[in-house]
Unconditional design. Structure first.
Length: 495
């Protein structure tokens, strides 16, 4: 695989185009975090408002990932990813033009749609690589794409500083944020003209039914309803946060109205799930053993993604401000130091996928890595101003290493659940990563950094326990997808 990455021939050519698309969506998605304190001063925002904007940045990604996952399965990743990249310019311009807290909330909620791009590449990569290599390929896609968070936190402050002469000597965050959207939109056109959904001769499998995820047993249907409620709950939590008196965004009546709309959305979502799955629930349809999957395994992967990607989202969002305030650093220096966390994505997430491929058990890879995530965050819980800065950075990097490896381990399993609904499974698992980010950042907004680190550490240890006893090894975890491999070989592009 390493040799193939350098060849730039398919399937690696498609992998390169796709991880860079993800990279740009992450640069856009995290283009607020490195400027949080600067924007706060310029717009006269209170600390609670800045923390809430970090939550807004993640919230809409929850339903967006599910919707994008469904569109992906229907229309394919090439079209869907291209449109999403071109859309990125809208929230970037809205952020740059914002003049107060309310306008910034709307801009960052829209930016959450861009954050849903991850699920698109999961399906694209799974179409081009056989199961035996899926962990490494997905890890490279996710890890090198997540590196966009490093690009945002490290490079954007430099660009803003370099163009300060255009903003009266102040950090030119507005121009910098617009620039990220312009680049993403241009690349959307390039991506559309550079990739295909599948290798030559391979059919793109679509779900037989649309509107909701298809399950293969009545029991799984009720599990699906429970997990869907969790995502609605996260949005309700955001509405409650925006209604707090210090934020001045929603009043009590508006909050209750939003809760009513969310309840109606959940009812509609449940009805759609019933339409898709009623024959199974009523016992009128039975799936062949080869077509079945257990939704409990999807639910476990959702929990693992809360503990790894959800915690990563929270950490990347709060670390610049955390280092700035804990160690008395300038905002640009704090952002660059905080960038060490997402920097590790360059190799830590691929390493999680690689270990999952080579260790011989995706289940135990997931379990061990999740234990180490918990250990890392519980160590970070102890960080305070008395610590030497290099030691504090080292502990956060330790946490990052295993949180990101856990992401790679999770998505080494996701494409193996059921091929036809990979987009929907990836979307639901990915949405729970954002659910974790929203919950963790809500905890942070109400408490402090040590409480956040402790919550993430304890959550990871609980998840590891569940993985050890209930996660199952996917079927054909290390086999060859014959149709997939044949299509690539026929094209002469398999390195």
């Amino acid at each position: 695989m390493l040799k193939g990455l350098l060849s730039f021939k398919n399937p690696y050519r498609t992998l390169h185009f796709t991880w860079f698309a993800f990279f740009l969506t992450f640069v856009c998605w995290f283009n607020f975090a490195p400027f949080a304190s600067v924007i706060g001063k310029e717009l006269n925002l209170e600390e609670a408002q800045i923390k809430t904007l970090l939550i807004c940045n993640l919230a809409i990604t929850i339903p967006a990932r599910i919707i994008i996952g469904a569109l992906l399965d229907k229309y394919g990743p090439r079209i869907t990813y291209s449109i999403l990249l071109m859309f990125a310019i809208v929230p970037c311009i809205a952020t740059a033009l914002a003049q107060d807290f309310n306008q910034m909330v709307i801009a960052r909620l829209l930016m959450g749609i861009v954050g849903s791009g991850f699920v698109l590449g999961i399906r694209m990569v799974s179409e081009w690589f056989p199961p035996k290599d899926i962990g490494m390929a997905q890890g490279i896609y996710g890890g090198w794409g997540n590196f966009g968070a490093f690009g945002a936190e490290f490079a954007l402050p430099l660009i803003a500083g370099g163009t300060a002469f255009l903003a009266g000597g102040n950090a030119n965050w507005r121009l910098t944020i617009v620039l990220t959207g312009v680049i993403a939109a241009i690349y959307g056109v390039i991506y559309f003209n550079s990739v295909t959904d599948t290798p030559p001769g391979k059919e793109y499998k679509r779900p037989k039914k649309y509107g909701a995820m298809e399950v293969t047993s009545a029991r799984d249907f009720y599990g699906l309803l429970i997990m869907n409620f969790g995502l609605i709950f996260a949005l309700g939590l955001l509405a409650w946060r925006l209604a707090q008196k210090k934020l001045h965004f929603l009043n009590a009546g508006q909050m209750y109205f939003i809760w009513f709309l969310l309840a109606a959305l959940y009812a509609y979502q449940s009805y759609q799930a019933w339409l898709v799955n009623r024959d199974v629930v009523l016992g009128r349809k039975q799936f062949a053993p080869s077509e079945r999957y257990e939704f409990s395994q999807v639910a476990l992967l959702q929990f693992t993604y809360i503990t790894n990607f959800g915690s990563e989202l929270a950490a990347v969002s709060m670390l610049p401000v955390f280092f700035e305030k804990t160690f008395g650093l300038e905002h640009a220096a704090a952002a660059m130091i905080a960038a060490t966390y997402p920097f590790l994505n360059l190799f830590s997430r691929p390493s999680g996928g690689f270990i999952s491929d080579k260790f011989g058990s995706r289940k135990w890879t997931m379990t061990v890595v999740t234990v180490l995530i918990g250990v890392g965050y519980l160590l970070a819980y102890r960080i305070d101003k008395t610590w030497a800065l290099p030691v504090a950075v080292g502990v956060t990097m330790f946490s990052a290493l295993f949180a990101q490896a856990g992401c790679g381990g999770t998505y080494a399993i996701v494409p193996l659940i059921k091929k036809e609904i990979t987009g929907q499974v990836a979307g639901n698992v990915g949405a729970y990563g954002n659910f974790g980010g929203v919950v963790y950042l809500t905890i942070f907004s109400l408490t402090d950094a040590p409480t956040l680190f402790a919550s993430m550490g304890i959550g990871a240890l609980i998840c590891a326990f569940l993985c050890a006893f209930f996660l199952k090894e996917p079927q054909n975890s290390f086999g060859l997808d014959k149709a997939q491999t044949a299509g690539i070989v026929a094209s002469g592009e398999l390195s």
